[in-house]
Design a protein around this ligand. Structure first.
Ligand SMILES: Cc1ncc(COP(=O)(O)O)c(C=O)c1O
Length: 380
């Protein structure tokens, strides 16, 4: 059996997304900036995609900018948000994705900002009281806190963070890469200034993404060149990526609640079976809590085992199961997970992130837990 439980890394493309993209590979090859008919038909398709994304997120097309993915969208929001609004202080957390952490670190190294990191507890919960204290002391701040963590699944309360941002006049960017297409983002009511998406996390194409920036918090461009994306991102558009991400988001919104019910049931069953079959199993962060974590992510911490130490992912791979690592190891060649280190996870326990999509089945969960049971029975 082949099982793909690494959907937080990337997802399989939906056939309907591929169908929507195909004509733009075969027939509609004009450059969208050209004024002739070949160009104009592609321009129209791009603008239809932008309108679709904006409608789904309950915002206006002028606030959506297509990018090459989540990383570029994060870089743009952070670097240009700081630059445009004369921001000299940023607040983030040690469990953000590297697309955010490394970008903010570079801004700090260049002397553009002072960077404050919020404390997180052993469950990965970010200290929002500390956020308020920092905002009081530094009124012109940028806050970057993700909607959901890609490793442990913890969900942040965007409404609470956003209302603090409003109260203290801060620019609020949230990395929504892991929640876009899985949760509703109603931008008329969600108090965020910038959010981002990567199409490949919700059955769209790799190398596609978008950035939303609120109208009254406009920022300068990150990539300079032609006038594409209304002067916000130079370079000929990734037409098939744009068509694909918009279609993928449309499909995601059409069936969001039934997908959530299906995936949540898989996760619940996975947790119950692991608890029944593997003595000493634990869950990292809040991932066991179905209400406070991403329903697509389960981060499992397994009891110390000589047979599997450092080999767990390899052993699972041999059984046809693809999942992601989460070692807290910080020495030698293994860099380990900065998220698990921030949670003080014991390095002698092996951790695996299983992440799900609507294409997964209960049989795959049972097969995987069965294999884990065999792997951990060796020493019993
Ligand atoms: C939370 C988070 N932010 C950003 C990214 C980067 O997105 P992309 O691969 O589209 O550049 C990822 C992808 O792993 C992610 O999980």
């Amino acid at each position: 059996m082949k099982v793909y439980f690494d959907n937080a890394a990337t997802t399989a493309m939906d056939d309907r997304v591929i169908e929507a993209m195909l004509p733009f590979m075969k027939n509609h090859y004009g450059n969208p900036s050209s004024v002739h008919s070949h160009g104009r038909e592609v321009r129209t398709a791009i603008e239809k995609s932008r309108k679709k994304v904006a409608e789904l997120l309950n915002t206006t097309p002028s606030e959506i900018f297509f990018t090459s993915g989540g990383t570029e969208a994060d870089n743009t929001a952070l670097v240009c948000g700081i630059e445009t609004h004369g921001i000299n202080h940023a607040i983030s957390s040690p469990i953000e994705h590297h697309a955010v952490l490394h970008t903010l670190e570079v801004c700090e190294q260049k002397g553009h900002i002072q960077l404050s990191m919020l404390d997180v507890n052993d469950k990965g919960e970010v200290d929002l009281d500390q956020l308020e204290i920092l905002l009081k002391a530094n009124p012109n701040s940028l806050i970057s806190l993700m909607h959901a963590n890609n490793e442990i699944g913890n969900l942040n309360d965007l409404n609470r963070i956003g209302s603090l941002a409003k109260e203290y006049g801060a620019f609020f960017h949230s990395d929504t890469v892991q929640t876009m297409g899985h949760y509703v983002h109603d931008l008329k009511n969600l108090p965020v200034d910038a959010i981002v998406a990567g199409g490949h996390k919700f059955h769209g194409p790799k190398g596609s993404g978008f950035l939303y920036v609120r109208k009254d918090k406009k920022i300068h461009p990150f990539i300079h060149g032609g006038a594409q994306e209304r002067n916000m991102r130079g370079g000929t558009e990734n037409v098939i990526g744009i068509i694909g991400i918009a279609k993928a988001l449309e499909i995601a919104y059409e069936d969001m609640s039934s997908h959530e019910v299906h995936v949540k049931a898989l996760k619940k069953h996975f947790i119950e079976k692991l608890k029944a079959d593997i003595p000493g199993v634990e869950f990292n962060g809040l991932s066991e809590d179905l209400d406070r974590s991403l329903y697509t992510v389960l981060n499992v911490s397994l009891p110390p085992s000589e047979a599997n130490a450092g080999m767990l992912l390899f052993n699972l791979d041999l059984e046809g199961i693809s999942a992601s690592g989460g070692s807290a190891c910080s020495s030698g060649a293994t860099v380990g997970s900065h998220v698990l280190r921030a949670l003080n996870h014991q390095p002698e326990r092996d951790s695996v992130r299983f992440s799900f999509s609507r294409f997964n089945t209960i049989e795959e969960v049972d097969y995987t837990v069965g294999k884990l049971k065999e792997l951990y029975a060796v020493e019993a």
